[in-house]
Design a protein around this ligand. Structure first.
Ligand code: IPE
Ligand code: IPE
Ligand code: MG
Length: 248
């Protein structure tokens, strides 16, 4: 996929919410003979350029997959690196994000595996950016789509909601961020064609765009290319589009 300029997109058909699986850091590093962790470090520039690019495009929600509930299976050194890396990213970037009116949100499990120190940083960041309105950047951290649905079901059961009152609206109200609209578009880098447990509920009708670009090489032009691809898709939601009905 070639990169695209913002001016080449249809501004009347921009997605409200874009979700990104930031994948391929390890391979990016390995191709350069570097340790995998250097690939994660190089992903920071990709993330910041994607955030600013989304902001310039008027995207209201950007959700990025930073650490999955399955990523604990990695070697302890890599897990430790990722924890420290995400903490440092928060500390060094939250002020500039705050200055540009970006709200930071976190979705994921706050379980015993996440160091207390990081939970504190997350809470401070939520508080700092809570009233910002230009865009919400949601970090999926210790996030799993199945875990999110299980957690929602647990809350419904604990609240004593009877079985015949369980419906889509109620489940949605118990997701990690009930105010988050479903993404119209999910982009995954590094040529892998799967969701890896990302936003299982919310992606039900999203357009999926896959690119071979490795995450550390991803820039706003790649985001715009994915949005361009999205704008060429015909979304049906199980129904028919006008042209199906008229035969044109
Ligand atoms: C994505 O890059 C970052 C995380 C999963 C945290 P990877 O580390 O998965 O890189 P590859 O897929 O091994 O190249
Ligand atoms: C998905 O990437 C998780 C994140 C990007 C944080 P993975 O690299 O963990 O996914 P798999 O193992 O290739 O499915
Ligand atoms: Mg990967």
């Amino acid at each position: 996929m070639r990169t695209v300029e913002l001016a080449d997109l249809d501004r009347s058909r921009m997605p409200t919410h874009v979700a990104v699986v930031m994948d391929g850091n390890g391979r990016w590093a390995q191709r350069r003979g570097l340790p995998r962790t250097d690939g994660h470090a190089a992903g920071e520039e990709a993330l910041m350029d994607t955030i600013w690019g989304a902001l310039d495009a008027g995207i209201r929600w950007l959700t990025v997959y930073a650490f999955s509930t399955e990523n604990w299976k990695r070697p302890v050194d890599e897990v430790r690196y990722l924890m420290n890396f995400n903490e440092r990213l928060l500390l060094t970037r939250r002020d500039e994000l705050n200055e540009r009116d970006v709200k930071l949100q976190f979705i994921g499990r706050r379980d015993w595996r996440v160091p207390k120190r990081i939970l504190r940083r997350i809470d401070e960041t939520l508080e700092l950016t809570r009233d910002n309105r230009s865009m919400t950047v949601s970090m999926a951290f210790n996030y799993g789509g199945r875990a999110e649905i299980i957690d929602a079901v647990k809350e419904l059961v604990a609240a004593g909601v009877p079985a015949d009152k369980v419906n889509e609206k109620r489940v949605r109200e118990h997701l990690y961020d009930p105010s988050m609209p479903d993404p119209e578009l999910m982009v995954r880098t590094s040529g892998e064609h799967r969701t890896s447990n990302f936003l299982m509920w919310q992606l039900a009708y999203s357009e999926l765009v896959f690119t071979d670009v490795l995450w550390p090489d991803f820039r706003r032009g790649d985001l715009y290319a994915a949005i361009g691809e999205y704008q060429r898709r015909d979304r049906r939601f199980g129904g028919l589009t006008d042209s199906d009905v008229t035969g044109e």
